[in-house]
Design a protein around this ligand. Structure first.
Ligand code: HEM
Length: 381
C-alpha cells in the first residue's frame, strides 16, 4: 500500500476521494493527522451499517464501547476502565506472557518448521487477554476463533464480511460474556471482569451492557492487532538480518525495535472520524457529516517527520509514530501490546537462533484497515 499512500500524499496530505469504496477525506500527512485526532469536532462512529436489523444486538453492544463514544461519555467510560486496566496491571502480566510464549514454543521445538501466525502470534495474545479477563482455562481454546469476527466488525473495511460470516460466532461470544458477567456479579474473583463490575466514578458503575461492551472491545481490539504486531516485527527481522545481528549484540534495543516495527508496518493502518461541523485542515475544506480516514501506515512514513521513512532502523530515536492513535482515544492497551511483542520476539529469536523464512514470497491479507499477514512459514535446523 505504501506506494499508493505516497501518491495520495503527493496530491495533498488531506485529499478528497470519492472513487474508493469509502468516499471521504484521506489523511496521509503526520501533522494533519495529529491536528484532526486532537480536535473533538471530529467524532468516532460505529462502523456497522445503521440499517442492519439482523445485527441489532452487536450494534447495541458497540454503541456502549468507549471506542465509539465521544466527549463526556467517552471520558466516563475510559475513566472507569483505565482505573483497572492500568500500565502497572499490564506490566504485572510479564510472567504470564513469558510462560505462555515458552509453552507455545515448546510445542513446536521438535519440529523443523512452523507457521508463526497460527502456532505462535495468534494464540499468544488470545490466551493472555482471556487470562486477564478471567476466562477459565478450559474455555480458552474457544477464544481463538471468537475474536476474528469481532475485530472485523470493528474494522469498518470488513463490516460487510462479518455480516455474512461472523454472526453465529458473535452471538456465542456475546452470550458467553453476558453469562460470565452475571456469574461474577454473584461471586467475584480476582480478574478484570470482577474489578470492572466493582469500579465506580462519581458514584456511578458501568451498566451491564457497558460491561459487556468493554469485555468485547478488550478482546477484539487486543487480539488481531497484537497478532499483527508480533508477526510483522518478526518478519522485519527476518528480512533485515543486519538489524537482527544488531539486536543480538545489543538486546537493550528490543524496545526501540518494536517501536520501529509499529511505525514501519503499523498493525492498524486506518482509523476513521466524521466531521461534526465544517472545518478547514491545511487548506482542505471538510464539511459537516463528511468522513475522514486517517492512514496511520502513511502518516508513520511521512518524510517530513521520519528521515529515511521506508527503512527498518531499530535504533531510530526519537520515533513519535502514531501506530496507537493519538489524543483522547489513544490505545488503552499499548503497554500490554508492547510488552507482548517484546517478549514474543525475544523468546522466539532466542529459541531459534537460525530462524529463516521458508519462502521470500510473503502474503499479506487484502485488508485496508490492518497490516496483516496471511501466514508466515519459517524453518530452522
Ligand atoms: C484504541 C491500535 C492493542 C485496547 C486503539 C486505537 C488504535 C489502536 C490506533 C485508536 C483508535 C481510534 O482513535 O479510532 C492498537 C494496536 C495494538 C493495540 C496497533 C497492538 C499492536 C491493544 C490491546 C488492547 C487495546 C492489547 C487491550 C487489551 C484498545 C482500546 C481502545 C484502543 C480499549 C479504545 C480507546 C478509546 O476509545 O479511548 N488501539 N491497539 N489495544 N485500543 Fe488498541
Amino acid at each position: 500500500p505504501y506506494m499508493f499512500y505516497e501518491q495520495l500524499r503527493s496530491t495533498h496530505p488531506v485529499t478528497w476521494n470519492n472513487t474508493f469504496r469509502y468516499p471521504g477525506w484521506y489523511v496521509t500527512g503526520y501533522e494533519e493527522a495529529k491536528i484532526i485526532l486532537k480536535d473533538a469536532r471530529f467524532k468516532n462512529r460505529i462502523p456497522l451499517p445503521q440499517s442492519s436489523k439482523k445485527y441489532e444486538r452487536l450494534k447495541n453492544v458497540q454503541n456502549d464501547m468507549m471506542l465509539f463514544q465521544n466527549n463526556m461519555n467517552h471520558q466516563r467510560l475510559r475513566g472507569i476502565v483505565s482505573k483497572v486496566f492500568t500500565p502497572k496491571a499490564a506490566a504485572s502480566c510479564r510472567p504470564l506472557i513469558q510462560e505462555t510464549a515458552a509453552d507455545l514454543l515448546n510445542q513446536v521445538k521438535q519440529q523443523k518448521h512452523m507457521d508463526i501466525i497460527s502456532d505462535f502470534a495468534f494464540p499468544l495474545p488470545s490466551l493472555v487477554i482471556a487470562n486477564i479477563l478471567g476466562v477459565p482455562t478450559e474455555d480458552r481454546s474457544l477464544f481463538k476463533e471468537w475474536t476474528k469476527p469481532l475485530i472485523e466488525s470493528i474494522d469498518f473495511t470488513r463490516s460487510k464480511n462479518v455480516l455474512t460470516n461472523g454472526n453465529e460466532t458473535t452471538k456465542h461470544v456475546l452470550d458467553y460474556f453476558q453469562d460470565m458477567i452475571q456469574h461474577r456479579k454473584r461471586r467475584p474473583k480476582d480478574d478484570l471482569i470482577s474489578m470492572l463490575i466493582n469500579e465506580e466514578q462519581d458514584g456511578e458503575k458501568l451498566t451491564d451492557n457497558e460491561l459487556l461492551a468493554t469485555c468485547i472491545l478488550l478482546m477484539a481490539a487486543g487480539h488481531e492487532t497484537t497478532v499483527n504486531l508480533i508477526s510483522n516485527t518478526i518478519l522485519c527481522f527476518l528480512q533485515h538480518p543486519f538489524q537482527r545481528t544488531k539486536l543480538m549484540e545489543n538486546p537493550a534495543l528490543l524496545e526501540t525495535a518494536v517501536e520501529e516495527s509499529l511505525r514501519l508496518e503499523s498493525p492498524t493502518q486506518m482509523i476513521a472520524r466524521v466531521a461534526s461541523e465544517d472545518i478547514e485542515i491545511s487548506g482542505s475544506h471538510i464539511q459537516s457529516g463528511e468522513h475522514v480516514y486517517i492512514l496511520l501506515g502513511a502518516v508513520n512514513r511521512d518524510p517530513r517527520v521520519f528521515e529515511n521513512p521506508d527503512a527498518f532502523d531499530i535504533t531510530r530515536h526519537p520515533n513519535p509514530h502514531l501506530a496507537f492513535g493519538y489524543g483522547s482515544h489513544f490505545c488503552l492497551g499499548a503497554p500490554l501490546a508492547r510488552l507482548e511483542a517484546q517478549i514474543a520476539v525475544k523468546s522466539l529469536l532466542a529459541t531459534f537462533p537460525d530462524l529463516r523464512l521458508e519462502t521470500e514470497n510473503v502474503r499479506w491479507r487484502k485488508l485496508a484497515g490492518f497490516r496483516s499477514l496471511q501466514d508466515l512459514p519459517v524453518i530452522w535446523n
